[in-house]
Ligand binder design. Structure first.
Ligand SMILES: [Mn+2]
Length: 342
C-alpha cells in the first residue's frame, strides 16, 4: 500500500509544473572545493528531514555575463543554490552564499533584503560557504551533523582554508602535499557530471584520502598532477612583473587548469597576480592578492572583476571572456594590471 502522505507533493507539483524530475536539485559553484562541499552538506541537511532516499541532482554553475540561471532546469520539487549567485526566481527555494559579488545586477540585493526569506542566507564576511552554511544549519535550523568519524570536520576545515587562501606557503599549493589539495585539483578539472555527483555524495561520508583513492579520481590524478607541475614551470617562464603585479599569459600554452599561487612562488614580492588561460570554451582571467606579502595589497578584487562581468571575493576573483575574444581578454588583463598598479 502506498502511504497517502507520499503522494501529496507529487500531486501538488503536477497541478503547478508537471511531475518533478527529481526531489532536490542543488546548483553549486562548479569545479570548486567549497562549492562541492557545501552541496554535499546541503544534501545531508535535506535528507535529514526529507528522508535518506531523496534523489538529488547536482548542477554546477559558472559565472557569466548575463543571467547564469537563464537556461537551467527548474524541474525539481525543491531547488537550492550554494556558493553561487543569488537568483530572484521564485523556483529557487534555498540559498547560501558568501561571494561579495552574489548580487548581479546589484538590484537583486534589494530583492533579497525585501524578501526576508527564512531559507536564504548570505554572509560576505564568511571565509567559506561550507562553514557558513554549517553554522546556519546547526545554530539556526536545528540541524545536527553526525560526524563520529571526523570526515565532515576534515572537509569543512579544508574548504575554509582553500576558499580563504589560508596556506602555510605558496610551496604547499605548488606541491599539493595533502589529499585535500589533490582532490581540489581533480574537482577543478572534472567535467563529467556523473562522476561529480557520485563524488559529492561521498563527501562527509568518507575521508578525503578515501575519496582521492576512488578509481575515477585516482586514475585521473597522475595526469592532472603532471599538468599541474607543467603549468607551474610554464608560469615561471611566462611571468612578467608590472609594478606590484605579476602577470602570466598562458593563452598560447594549451593550459586550462593551473594554480595561480605559483605566481607568488616565482615572484614572492608581488602584491597581486593576474593570469590568463584560453581554450575552446573561452578565456579565463584569474586575479588575486598575494596572501604571503609582507604588506598585503588592499584593492578589492571582486569589485574590479564585477566591472567585467566576473566576480569573486575581496582577495581573489575571476573574469570569463567568450571564445573567439582573446584580444579582448588580453585588453582586460592590461586594464586590470594598470588599475592594480595605480
Ligand atoms: Mn566559496
Amino acid at each position: 500500500m502506498r502511504p497517502f502522505g507520499s503522494v501529496r507533493p507529487v500531486w501538488r507539483s503536477v497541478l503547478r509544473f508537471g511531475v518533478p524530475d527529481t526531489d532536490l536539485r542543488i546548483f553549486f559553484h562548479e569545479r570548486c572545493f567549497d562549492g562541492a562541499t557545501t552541496a554535499a552538506l546541503f544534501g545531508h541537511f535535506y535528507r535529514s528531514t526529507r528522508g535518506q532516499n531523496a534523489v538529488i541532482d547536482y548542477w554546477g554553475m559558472a559565472h557569466s555575463d548575463g543571467d547564469p540561471f537563464e537556461n537551467v532546469p527548474w524541474g525539481a520539487e525543491v531547488n537550492a543554490c550554494v556558493d553561487f549567485r543569488y537568483s530572484a526566481d521564485p523556483r529557487m527555494h534555498w540559498w547560501f552564499d558568501h561571494h561579495q559579488s552574489a548580487f548581479q545586477p546589484s538590484e537583486l540585493r534589494e530583492h533579497f533584503d525585501a524578501t526576508l526569506s527564512a531559507t536564504k542566507f548570505y554572509d560576505p564576511h564568511a571565509r567559506s560557504c561550507a562553514l557558513f552554511a554549517h553554522q546556519v544549519m546547526t545554530q539556526r535550523l536545528g540541524f545536527v551533523l553526525e560526524d563520529s568519524m571526523g570526515h565532515w570536520e576534515e572537509v569543512l576545515s579544508w574548504a575554509d582554508r582553500i576558499d580563504g587562501a589560508v596556506f602555510d606557503s605558496a610551496r604547499q599549493l605548488v606541491e599539493l602535499d595533502a589529499p585535500a589539495l589533490r582532490f581540489m585539483t581533480w574537482l577543478r578539472s572534472n567535467r563529467d557530471r556523473d562522476k561529480m555527483a557520485k563524488t559529492i555524495e561521498m563527501i562527509g561520508r568518507h575521508s578525503l584520502a578515501e575519496i582521492e583513492n576512488q578509481p575515477w579520481v585516482a586514475e585521473q590524478l597522475p595526469g592532472l598532477l603532471q599538468t599541474h607541475h607543467h603549468s607551474v614551470a610554464i608560469i615561471r617562464e611566462r611571468i612578467e612583473v608590472r609594478g606590484p603585479v605579476a602577470i602570466y599569459d598562458l593563452a598560447d600554452d594549451n593550459i586550462e587548469v593551473h594554480s595561480g599561487f605559483a605566481a607568488y612562488l616565482h615572484e614572492p614580492t608581488a602584491l597581486y597576480s593576474i593570469g590568463l588561460v584560453y581554450s575552446a570554451r573561452g578565456a579565463r582571467i584569474s586575479v588575486g592578492c598575494n596572501p604571503w606579502a609582507e604588506t598585503p595589497g588592499t584593492r578589492n578584487i571582486a569589485e574590479i572583476c564585477e566591472r567585467y562581468g566576473g566576480g569573486g571575493h575581496p582577495k581573489v576573483g575571476g573574469i570569463s571572456v567568450p571564445a573567439g575574444q582573446l584580444a579582448r581578454a588580453r585588453e582586460i588583463v592590461a586594464e586590470v594590471a594598470a588599475e592594480l598598479a595605480a
